[in-house]
Design a protein around this ligand. Structure first.
Ligand SMILES: Nc1ncnc2c1ncn2[C@@H]1O[C@H](COP(=O)(O)OP(=O)(O)O)[C@@H](O)[C@H]1O
Ligand SMILES: [Mg+2]
Length: 251
């Protein structure tokens, strides 16, 4: 069967830095996959290439067999690959609900005075998402007033508002306090439960990785060094050396 996402021989350099080299990954529809690796391993570069924020130097990216390598991020988002950011990209002066409406309207096409987001049925989806993620109490507050962890959830809710087929989350729990990480991930995965989305998330906390992913890919120096179940990858010698135990690990 054609995988939902196929990356073939992806490479990317920034001057002398190898941010990606010969990356081959196939992701079947419905999979929950995490990406691990020390700081600078190339995790965000991979997310940026798949979502069209960065053009790979070499290789090819396919969505259900269609070559999307040359498409920009707007076109890729329209095809159903959406993302959240390591640092949330939100309009801080808008309320949380308004941010969601903008995202939903953007997914449906250009928002305009003649086709306001509320009228197009996006209001209901925004409300449902707010409830599923436990954000309804904060819904009508300016985003500026919300704590960092809540902003991350809003950024993810915005990606979900677009009804993605493939959702990429770049460090969804970074900046979220240790005690709240599990709750944040439960809210995200709970919100996804009724959706057909495939999820790739970048994560540093190995307990979160083990709990919420069925497959793990480890990066080191722009290369994939391990790919398998959480148990297999976390027990892999190179992963213990370069990711979870050795130099360069960031907790
Ligand atoms: N836009 C850029 N310009 C120059 N170097 C970059 C750029 N983006 C990433 N890099 C470099 O590429 C490597 C991989 O970065 P990144 O993908 O952000 O790593 P990670 O997300 O795993 O921490 C790092 O050495 C980083 O400094
Ligand atoms: Mg990163």
């Amino acid at each position: 069967m054609t995988p939902l996402l196929r990356a073939k021989g992806l490479g990317k350099r920034f001057g002398a830095v190898v941010a990606a080299e010969d990356i081959h990954i196939e992701v079947p529809a419905g999979q929950r996959l995490s990406v691990i690796g020390s700081n600078g391993a190339g995790k965000t570069t991979f997310v940026n290439m798949v979502t069209g924020y960065l053009r790979p130097d070499t290789g090819r990216i396919e969505l259900e067999g269609e070559d999307i390598t040359a498409l920009g991020h707007v076109q890729i988002a329209r095809r159903g690959i959406c993302r959240s950011f390591q640092i949330p990209q939100l309009a801080l002066e808008l309320t949380l609900r308004e941010n969601l409406l903008v995202a939903a309207a953007a997914a449906a096409g250009r928002p305009s005075l003649w086709r306001p987001a509320e009228a197009a049925g996006h209001g209901e989806r925004a409300q449902a998402l707010l409830q599923r993620m436990g954000l309804q109490d904060d819904a009508d507050r300016p985003t500026l007033e919300l704590a960092g962890g809540v902003r991350k959830l809003v950024d993810i809710a915005m990606a979900l508002a677009r009804k993605p087929r493939l959702l990429l989350l770049d460090e969804p729990t970074s900046g979220v306090s240790a005690g709240e990480k599990f709750d944040a991930m439960r809210r995200v995965m709970g919100a996804l439960a009724g959706e057909a989305a495939t999820v790739i998330f970048v994560e540093h906390d190995m307990e979160i990785v083990a709990e919420f992913s069925e497959r793990v890919i480890a990066f080191y120096s722009g290369r994939v060094i391990a790919d398998g179940t959480p148990a297999e990858v976390l027990a892999h010698a190179d992963v213990q050396r370069y990711v979870t135990g050795g130099a360069g690990h960031r907790s």
